[in-house]
Design a protein around this ligand. Sequence first.
Ligand SMILES: C[S@@+](CC[C@H](N)C(=O)[O-])C[C@H]1O[C@@H](n2cnc3c(N)ncnc32)[C@H](O)[C@@H]1O
Length: 275
Amino acid sequence: MSHYQLGHEDQELARLELQSRVYRPLTEALLRDAGLRPGMRVLDVGCGVGDVSFLIAELVGPKGKVVGIDSAERPLEWARQRALKQGLSQVEFIHAAMESFSSSQPFDAVVGRLVLAHQPDPLAFLRRMGEHLVPGGVLVCHEMDFSSCPMAHPSIPLFDRMHEWLLGLEKLLPLRIRMGQELVGLMRQAGFKVEGCRYEGPVGAHVEDDVEVLRVVTEGTRTLMPHVVRLGLATAAEMDIDTLEQRVRDEARASGGMFIPFMMGGAWTRRPAAT
Ligand SMILES: C[S@@+](CC[C@H](N)C(=O)[O-])C[C@H]1O[C@@H](n2cnc3c(N)ncnc32)[C@H](O)[C@@H]1O
């Protein structure tokens, strides 16, 4: 049974593409630090509409191989279409949940972005990811942390209010809003030796140029709105979701400062080489 709460409507899948454009430089830096390189065979767990798989495909090159798996079929249809358009023959998308996925060949790297935070048992999930590695293979996770943000100076009041709504969701979902900063400890608990980590966020400064950084948060709030309202954290009238982005942009412009709407935490570990 899937515990995933964000759904797979067109609007949500388009949001995944949008946020991937904003996260891309952060994820690319993490994957490079973790040692992804040409020729590797890589598993992308919870691949959604395929953005991380496409980024990995660039890093492993035409001689490498990327297998993206997702427990939902609908995002995979988008991912396959996008791969076709980009002529990426080294990427394959398979409908499978991590828990039941099997492969005849292990992988040089296993990657998961924004998937652990949605698991009822992230420790078991991490261990399961690790089982698909060759000896010496690398396990990389990249997760959001919206508990320590927003950082804005001068402050953007509507950002602060949205933050309260999102923090309130912690009670409800198997959605771990701090996973980005929990990752390192979790990897150790799962029995892995952590090799390195990164913690950083997308920065906005000039409102017109940074519309997508703001939109990632307002569109994320749109997806989560039914839960926010159901929990009584805000009314639909207060959220007024169709004007939220414009109102945040107006406040950000008026504040005139810089802002970081959320942070991304990444960490990597390696399966011990065979002795
Ligand atoms: C928030 S999306 C992230 C997609 C992609 N990794 C990215 O960063 O753009 C999480 C995806 O993980 C998938 N997912 C959740 N639990 C899963 C599981 N147990 N096995 C495989 N996929 C899973 C969901 O269906 C969803 O498409």
